[in-house]
Design a protein around this ligand. Structure first.
Ligand SMILES: Nc1ncnc2c1ncn2[C@@H]1O[C@H](COP(=O)(O)OP(=O)(O)OP(=O)(O)O)[C@@H](O)[C@H]1O
Ligand SMILES: [Mg+2]
Length: 401
């Protein structure tokens, strides 16, 4: 998969950018705050219709135009993949109620035809490597759930659909729980929402289990390489209830995870989900919140049996994250049948020489990779000779003739 052309209008600090992109590695270099990361953000936005960071669309609009009558930002690209040699994707963010603090409307088009955000997924696949990825191991459970969601979102439309339905039903059910507690509604209304949660939630749990099962094996190989076979990485998927009829968790030094070796089907999970909701109903009404389901899932990483988030060193956490990200890359390639566009934001600088060389070697065959750095000198001569090396300065990119 490859980006041929990128155009930006009023996106972040780019007032106007027209950029043709070659295949292979592209190294964007420049001082801080010039617009390197914004390019990666724009490509990610085209792939997923959202920023990799939790920002409002308003933040993406160039400051200089924000007070205009009907300000807009546009991100467009021409991409080629195995299925189609050329697809044009345009996303326009428009503030269509002048003067108000109204949210932005998002107009998404593929080859000129309006699409829902959900249907944009898969047109461009990206794998992003960020220094913040350390949060997958060291951050909160919500960070890990987000990781699972964004990874699955790009390749599994049924998952995206389920997530969308689940989130809608969860909001409704939580509101109902609070009304039941205040005697403004009856508990008889719960089963309707329970069934929505059960149907969508079971698809989410099965999807996450499948992803983790497939990622674990791939990550273990990379991790073994990076630790000279001294350490074994395992992924422990911990749903908020036991989704199998028989408990089949594996206990390893107190870190209990679901057996990843047997794929669960949504239909198998549903009865357990239903039972867990019934068991917690009283407490849920009292607390006004749904206590079981994928919104409470946890994922832990263990190395030689101990929990990396709790006992691992910084370096071990980094190694695990690199293993997981490279596994994600292999996984994405196997699912889609082609290289995704790789986006590496300052990732290389964070690594020691050995890991740097390993990573660059692993991504060497990529159809296209966009890397950013403030220090191009840390790259080898061989890499720089192969790459398109472009300077980013004040929202402009200089492409050598
Ligand atoms: N909506 C916006 N409008 C205009 N400028 C913006 C907007 N949002 C962010 N900026 C500015 O754009 C500039 C480029 O940000 P970006 O994160 O792309 O820089 P960078 O080159 O990656 O820098 P660093 O090396 O520090 O990571 C920053 O100065 C930032 O403050
Ligand atoms: Mg940056």
């Amino acid at each position: 998969m490859r980006l041929m052309h990128l155009s930006l209008t009023n996106f972040r600090n780019y007032t106007r950018l027209e950029l043709s992109l070659p295949p292979g590695p592209i190294l964007l270099h420049g001082a801080n705050a010039q617009g390197k990361t914004s390019i990666l953000e724009a490509v990610y936005y085209l792939a997923t219709s959202r920023s990799p960071w939790t920002v409002t669309d308003k933040q993406l609009l160039n400051w200089r135009v924000k007070d205009e009558f009907m300000p807009y930002a546009r991100i467009s690209a021409e991409v080629g993949n195995n299925r189609r040699p050329l697809t044009k994707i345009d996303i326009t963010l428009i503030k269509d109620q002048p003067g108000t603090e109204a949210r932005f409307r998002k107009d998404i088009r593929v080859n000129g035809v309006t699409r829902r955000a959900m249907d944009l997924l898969g047109e461009i696949n990206v794998v992003m490597f960020l220094p913040q990825d350390l949060a997958i191991v060291e951050g909160s459970p919500a960070d890990r759930r987000r990781y699972l969601n964004v990874t699955l979102a790009q390749t599994d439309p049924a998952y995206v659909h389920a997530l969308h339905n689940y989130e809608k039903a969860l909001v409704q059910r939580n509101a109902l729980l609070r009304r039941i507690d205040k005697r403004q509604a009856s508990a008889n209304e719960l089963p309707f929402w329970d069934e929505q949660l059960i149907a969508a939630g079971s698809i989410i749990i099965a999807g996450r289990q499948r992803l983790l099962r497939e990622l674990e094996g791939l990550a273990q190989q990379v991790h073994a390489d990076l630790t000279a076979q001294a350490e074994t990485l395992e992924l422990q998927y911990q749903p908020s209830f036991t989704p199998t009829a028989k408990a089949n968790g594996q206990l390893s030094f107190g870190v209990l995870g679901l057996d990843l070796h047997r794929q669960l089907e949504p239909k198998e999970i549903e009865p357990q989900f239903r039972a867990a909701l019934a068991e917690h109903q009283r407490e849920e009404i009292a607390r006004g919140i749904t206590l079981v389901g994928p919104q409470r899932d946890e994922l832990r990483f263990t190395v030689n049996g101990y929990d990396l988030g709790l006992y691992g060193s910084r370096g071990q956490a980094r190694t695990a994250v690199m293993a997981i990200k490279l596994a994600e890359l292999d996984w994405m390639r196997s699912v889609t049948g082609e290289w995704p566009v790789l986006l590496l934001d300052e990732f290389i600088a964070e690594l020691d020489t050995e890991r740097r060389a390993y990573l660059l070697d692993r991504i060497d065959g990529a159809t296209q990779a966009i890397l950013t750095t403030t220090e191009p000198d840390i790259f080898t001569r061989a890499f720089l000779d192969k790459a398109a090396v472009w300077k980013v300065h004040a929202g402009q990119i200089t492409v050598p003739a």
